[in-house]
Structures are given as C-alpha cells and as structure tokens.
Design a protein around this ligand. Structure first.
Ligand SMILES: C[C@H](N)C(=O)N[C@@H](CCCCN)C(=O)O
Length: 562
C-alpha cells in the first residue's frame, strides 16, 4: 500500500501544482471576458447606440440558460456521471462558441435600428439579442468549467494544500478580471470596440488548449493510481441529488454563498454610481475605488487559503468575513461619513472579507459532500448563487427607485428640455442631424450636466410638490437658446454642434442648480440591504459552525493531513 501511494502522481508536488496552474488557465479567459465589455460601455453606447438597459440585458444574459434552463444543474450531473475530462472539454469549447457568437453579433452589419419583438421581453435590438445569446452560451460553459476546475483541484489536493490551491485558482481567474479592467478600454480605443471580444476569443481557444493539456495530466494521474487499493466508490446516481439536498450543512454553505456574493458582486455593480452620488467623486475617477477590490483578492485569497490548510478554522474564517461585511456596509450607509478616502478604505476591507470567505467556503464543500457527488453539489451552489446574482440587482433597482422617486423623473425633465433646445437650435441654424447623432448629442449633454452637478454641487433639493415641471423645462430651453445666441455664419457644422453642447451644459447647469432639482441618488437603503445580507450571512456562518460541531465534518481542522 505504502509503495502504491508513493507512486500516485498526487504525491508529486510538481505534478499537482502543474495540474492546478494548467486547469486554472482554462478559467482565466472566462473571467477576462466576463468583465471585458464593462469598461467599453460608453463606446458601445456611442458606436452601436446601446442604452444602459440594453447593457443590463446583455449582462444578465450570462445566467439565462444556467438558471431558466437549469443548465448548471445538468452540468453538475454530467460532471459526476461522465467525469472531469469530457465535461471540462465540452465546457471550454462552449465558451469558445459563446464568445464567437458574441463577436459575430457585434460585427454583423445589421440595419441601423433593427429590432426583434419577443413574447414577454418586448422589442430588443437584434445585435443586443444575439450578443446576449452568445453571452448566455458562454455563461453555461464558464460555470460548467468553474465546477469542473473545482472538482479537479479536489481530486489532486484532497488531504493536501487544497485551500491554497483553490485560492491560487481564484487568483489566476481574478487576474483575468484585472486584465479586462486594465486593457479592454485601451484595446477598444486603439483598434475597435470589437477588439476586447476578439482578444477574449483567443483566450478561450488557449483555454481549450490548457484543458487538453490538463486531460493529459489527469490521465497520467488515473494511470498512476490504477494499482492503488482504494475503497471503490459507488458511481454517481440521480438519487445522490436527494442526499445532497437533504444535507443541512450543504444548505448553510449554499445560502451563505448567495448572501455573501450577493453583498459583494451587486455592490460592485452599483459602486461607481454610489461613490459619485455620495462621495462627490468625478465619474472618471470613481471607478478606480471599486477596482481596488479584485486586485486585493489576487494576493489575499491564497494567503488565507494557506492559513486554512495549516491551521484549520474554516467556519471561523467565514464568520470573521461575514462580520467584516456587516461593518463595511454598515459604515458605508452612515450619511455623515462622506469622505471618499473613507469609502476607499471600506472597499479595501471589503476586499479582505471577499478573500476570507471564498478561501474557506469552497474548500469546505468536499469536507461535507463525498467526491463522487461534488460536481452536482458545486453546481447546485452555483445555481442558487446565480439566481441571487440575478435577483438582488433587480431588487436593489426597485429599492433605489422607490426611495428616490423624484430623481429619475427630474433627469427626464432635464433630458426633455435639452432635446427641445437642440431641436429648436438646429432648426434655426438649418442643420439636419440623423436621429442617432442627435440622440448621442442629447445624451452626452444631459449626462454631462447631471454628472457635474452630482460631483460638484450640494444643495437641499426643492420639495417636488413645489416644482413646476413645465416652467423648469421652459426656463432651461430659454436659457440654453439665449446663451447660445446666433453662432457665426461660415463656421463649420461640427464647430456649431460643439458650441451647442458646451453652451447647453453651462446654461442647463445654471437653471437646474437655481431650481434645486433633486437629481442625486441616495443609496442609503440599498446599502442597508447589503448590511442585512451580511447579518444573514453571519447567521448562516454560525449555523454552519454549529452543524460542523454536531456532525464532525472537520471544518475547523487543517486540510493538510499529518
Ligand atoms: C461565478 C462563480 N459561480 C463563482 O462563484 N466563482 C467563485 C470561485 C469558485 C471556485 C471555487 N474553486 C469566485 O469567487 O469567483
């Protein structure tokens, strides 16, 4: 037996760490592509005429097939029945297909304004729908690769440095996110908005190659263990799903996962706007503060994983992470703490919490669920997490709008007045713009006014009941046209349009600040919702610790067997 164990490839640190790096590379491209289009959003808006809600549809598409068609659950079952090699290969190829469809959708020359009407969804731009379908296919591949990689790491690292390996795997993936945040925009500016997607396609192909390389190592591992007398595990059967979902500790981890990730990922989604509105930071800099978070986790997740491996205390680590989550969101919700340095410090602490919990949570699953059921177990956790990550942003949007009922209507007043100003001024100057160019000019002027007021001016808004909308609109139009005067004859059309843009911004700014229209979002209730998620996460972390004490899963014990 001792002789046989010595022969297992798992016993060679070089072999298992190589396997970890190679299999993790198959996820690198996935995390890159997940974030590749976020920095390019303004370019997509001007080049393709995408609106924020088009972008919202596209982003949510990641989870469509996984959640509505239960693809994640099927992926988990396939993984447990057919194994790591077939599932991983299929999943990485699916990511290539999804990214390819996406690239084609934003490249194909659809007629301007082409739309399709779908039952329940309504009208949607053709290219938004097709790129969303591409992103949804990619989402199936990405999540299936995620669970496969997790199971592969357990296979190589059980009884060894499992949390460190999972932490490093998450770091390699998050390097993909960091790369997207760093190079997507420069790529799009230097080449075209399609370049980040083309680059993602290349990374996906490299991902398939990485996984094929992993298959070679996995086959060698299986061969090296052929003669080892290990207890034969029963093959996975569908009734195993019942065993998984009747395990209390499994549910505690799944619920902790959705609560915890729900208080981090959707926060990141809203963070830039929250920071602009509450901390008066310029929109061009506000994005830097939330981007501190993924960078920090690259180093800290494996660090905490290493501690879990050697010292144990997995459940306690999750409790500490949940407490930090409550502290961060609790402080961010206090209205008087409105210095941006404070916000940046809170994001750094959130980064520590976001390293602590995942570093202990994912390696704890194999202590609760047998290896033959792990694919399905990870898949069910990812499935619940995906539902939460779809639902929580919607809920946050509802809370934001209902606690700030006047902000959106007031922004519409400004937009309408700016539109009327452009229409009148263009008529007077005998300039005809196509609808798309006019729309872009109106959007740019409106967001320019709103951004500069939110960033630089603080006032107690006039109660909405005292605002005469028509009077405000007319004042904005009158001030805009008055300040514009009559641009010199003989000046190029481009210069006249530039002048309109800059003059309308100044003139509209004057009226809106004089009338003290409420256009600043107060995120307090949304942040309190995140705090509540943190409190619930803490509760489930405690329940998990108690269940571990009762059932003896060993969550508080080190992962490395001595
Ligand atoms: C998004 C995905 N469902 C997810 O939760 N990924 C985790 C990592 C899980 C891998 C565990 N070995 C993440 O924190 O990104």
């Amino acid at each position: 037996m001792t002789e046989a164990i010595r022969k297992s490839l798992r016993e060679s640190p070089k072999a298992r760490w190589t396997a970890m790096v190679v299999v993790s590379l198959s996820m690198f491209g996935a995390y890159y592509f997940n974030y590749a289009l976020s920095p390019v959003k303004p370019i997509l808006e001007s080049a393709l005429g995408w609106t924020s809600s088009d972008f919202g549809v596209y982003t949510s598409a990641y989870a469509w097939f996984n959640v509505y068609f239960l693809m994640l659950i099927f992926s988990g079952i396939i993984l447990d029945r057919l194994g790591i090699k077939i599932t991983g290969l299929g999943a990485t190829v699916l990511m290539v297909v999804g990214t390819g469809v996406n690239y084609w959708a934003i490249t194909a020359p659809f007629p301007a304004g082409a739309q399709v009407t779908l039952p329940l969804i309504g009208s949607i731009k053709t290219e938004v729908l097709l790129s969303s379908i591409g992103f949804a296919i990619f989402g199936v591949g990405s999540e299936a690769t995620g669970i496969t990689v997790s199971k592969a790491i357990v296979k190589w690292f059980k009884g060894k440095e499992m949390a460190l390996a999972m932490g490093l795997q998450m770091s390699i993936a998050r390097l993909g996110t960091a790369l997207a945040l760093a190079i997507s925009l420069p790529l799009a500016l230097h080449f075209t908005y399609r370049a980040p997607v083309a680059f993602a396609f290349i990374l996906m192909l490299l991902g398939v190659i990485a996984f094929i390389t992993y298959i070679v190592l996995d086959t060698k591992l299986d061969k090296s263990e052929e003669h080892i007398e290990v207890e034969e595990e029963e093959p996975f059967r569908l009734k195993d799903i019942v065993m998984i979902i009747s395990n209390k500790a499994f549910w505690y981890i799944a619920i902790l996962c959705v609560l915890f990730y729900g208080a981090v990922f959707p926060f990141l989604f809203y963070a830039t706007d929250f920071i602009i509105n509450k901390y008066h930071v310029s929109p061009s800099l506000a994005g830097l503060i939330p981007s501190l978070l993924p960078f920090g986790t690259i180093f800290l997740t494996p660090f905490f994983g290493g501690i879990y491996d050697k010292k144990g205390k997995g459940a306690t680590i999750m409790i500490i992470g949940a407490i930090m989550l409550i502290v961060v969101h609790g402080f961010l919700s206090i209205p008087t703490l409105d210095n941006w340095i404070f916000a940046a410090a809170m994001v750094v602490i959130l980064g520590i919490a976001f390293s602590l919990v995942p570093s202990a949570m994912w390696p704890s699953v194999p202590k609760i669920i047998p290896e033959k059921q792990l694919g399905t177990a990870y898949a069910v956790i990812f499935f619940i997490q995906n539902i939460g990550l779809m639902a929580i942003p919607l809920l946050l949007g509802v809370v934001l709008n209902s606690t700030n009922p006047n902000v959106s209507p007031n922004k519409t007043v400004i937009r309408k007045a700016v539109e009327m100003s452009y229409t009148k001024a263009l008529q007077e100057q005998n300039i005809t713009l196509d609808a798309k160019a006019l729309n872009i000019a109106i959007e740019k002027t409106t967001s320019g006014v709103v951004d500069s007021i939110v960033e630089s001016v603080s006032y107690v808004p006039t109660p909405q009941s005292e605002i005469n909308v028509e009077k405000v609109e007319n004042s904005i139009v009158a001030n805009n046209l008055n300040m514009l005067g009559s641009p010199e004859l003989g000046v190029s059309q481009e210069k006249v349009l530039d002048k309109m843009g800059s003059t309308f911004k100044k003139a509209t700014f004057e009226v809106v600040t004089k009338e003290k229209l409420n256009i600043r979002y107060d995120y307090q209730y949304d942040i309190l919702m995140f705090t509540l998620l943190g409190v619930l996460a803490l509760l489930f972390a405690f329940l998990l610790k108690r269940e571990d004490r009762i059932k003896g899963y060993g969550l508080e014990k080190p992962n490395i067997e001595s």
